[in-house]
Write a protein that binds this ligand. Sequence first.
Ligand SMILES: C[S@@+](CC[C@H](N)C(=O)[O-])C[C@H]1O[C@@H](n2cnc3c(N)ncnc32)[C@H](O)[C@@H]1O
Length: 216
Amino acid sequence: MTRTVRRVRRGRSHPFATRWNHNTHYYPLLASLLPTTGSVLDIGCGDGTFGRFVAREDRRVIDLDVDASTVPAASRLQHPVLATAEALPFADAAFDAVTMTMVLHHVEAERALGEAARVLAPGGVLLALGYGRSEGWRDGLHEVRDLVTHRLVSRRMQAWDPPTTKAEPSGTWSDARASARAALPGCDYRRLAMWRYLVRWRKPGVTAPGAVVRPR
Ligand SMILES: C[S@@+](CC[C@H](N)C(=O)[O-])C[C@H]1O[C@@H](n2cnc3c(N)ncnc32)[C@H](O)[C@@H]1O
């Protein structure tokens, strides 16, 4: 049985089965890659759904977005900040983890990644989920996998369109990979099914308190 079919069979137990889209699909994966405790900065948080999913007593979330109409209200575990990804209003090494889900195609990617790296503590984890524009036959092959997986997975899910600003990517998948590698030397870039990539980077240095080092 292929990995895709196995994942589809598990579809009903997906935590976002009733609020499903190509981003929420990957929230459990992103959550599993976060340090178990510490502070998380979610850049371009939109309505704060990801922050709500991962926030808990020992993992506070700072929700940051440039759009005042979308930033979620403050709660016990989530703190909203109105700011731009390219000029973060935080000290160096302030966070144990930084997440960016579907934000990099809205911003100057290298600059925003540089800022994200700056505010990350040594040993901390940066996770960026994004997408790109296809060009060439290799991207065409990925698109076939994207489409087939979407057809299989989406029929078990209830589609959800959150009220956040959306944009089409101007850069290609290769551009996204190049800017990630330029801003985050040694980062792991991989294409995921359903038109997404994941960039994963651990900032060199001492491991953040509570961080779990997982094998790749
Ligand atoms: C496609 S939405 C993604 C929202 C959310 N992360 C998610 O997974 O659904 C992109 C978000 O990036 C925000 N954004 C756009 N430009 C930004 C910037 N320069 N700095 C911070 N956030 C920005 C938008 O306001 C929007 O909420």
